[in-house]
Write a protein of this length. Structure first.
Length: 283
């Protein structure tokens, strides 16, 4: 893979790329608490299919810059990072896929800047308007989102993740996936990323920022570009009941459930997810 650093929106992002340089560009956005490595099972397949795969560490993660302050991590800033990255690489439009927090950024980008994207793929995260509705009106989802409120506390969440050689952070991944979703080798890679100076606070600041400043959506926040949603139904935190209402807000949307996959659907069902992504982006 090609490794580089790119200046965008006042910060420097660490970016990994693979596939033919003249291939159609796909931007893959990871979530919490992963980094570019969270797409490790998709990158080779997409590259082999002829796409130019662009996988950044988003701000605050791994080797990318970690600006101080909660305000640095608003969804507006996170989206601006990606637009700047696309510009820096010389692309007018790209394909876009996001998982977890990366999906939140991807939803926002597709709503605010649809002219910059050919198609959108979302993994296990509802449309922002649907998420807001469920948090206000669905007690089960509110209970499942307890960790978002815990992350609003100062220093304590970081301490919990850091303790016992990052065992707390490891439990976030292992405890929410299947027995073999994450290997010992995977955990070693994640711990390297979490050990970067300021990384734990920066990544949790994404949660702090979204509660303090919710992204402003248009009155009719429909997604105009073709959209594919892939959803593991054994998600510990996000109810699959939010999936269909989300796809209903897309002008051209398709929803695929994976009955036995967890929140980490791209790991649990890598081959099937790769097939769906390639088929969708190649059409």
């Amino acid at each position: 893979m090609d490794e580089t650093y790119i200046q965008t929106n006042g910060i420097r992002l660490h970016v990994m790329m693979d596939g033919p340089k003249d291939g159609k560009p796909i931007l893959l956005l990871h979530g919490f608490p992963e980094f570019w490595y969270g797409w490790r099972k998709q990158i080779p397949a997409l590259a082999a299919a002829g796409f130019r795969v662009i996988v950044p560490d988003q701000r605050g993660y791994n080797l990318s810059d970690k600006p101080r302050g909660i305000r640095s991590y608003t969804v507006e800033n996170l989206a601006a990072d990606m637009l700047g990255l696309i510009d820096a690489l010389g692309y007018k439009k790209v394909f876009l896929a996001g998982h977890d927090w990366g999906a939140i950024v991807a939803w926002a980008l597709s709503i605010w800047n649809p002219e910059r994207f050919y198609k959108l793929a979302i993994l296990n995260v509802p449309h922002p308007s649907v998420m807001t509705h469920f948090l206000y009106h669905d007690l089960e989802q509110l209970k499942n989102s307890w960790y978002v409120f815990f992350f609003q506390l100062p220093w304590l969440p970081e301490a919990g993740m850091r303790r016992d050689n990052l065992r707390g952070a490891e439990r976030i991944l292992r405890g929410s996936g299947k027995l073999h979703t994450f290997t010992n080798q995977d955990m070693a890679e994640y711990k390297k990323a979490w050990s970067q100076t300021g990384a734990l606070t920066a990544t949790i600041n994404w949660y702090r920022a979204v509660v303090r400043r919710q992204p402003k959506m248009p009155k009719e926040p429909r997604v105009k570009i073709p959209t594919l949603m892939l959803w593991g139904k054994r998600d510990f935190a996000l109810s699959h009941r939010m999936a269909q209402p989300s796809i209903d807000l897309c002008d051209d949307g398709r929803l695929v459930f994976f009955e036995n996959a967890t929140h980490w659907v791209q790991h649990d069902e890598a081959e099937a997810v790769n097939h769906e992504l390639i088929e969708f982006f190649e059409k």
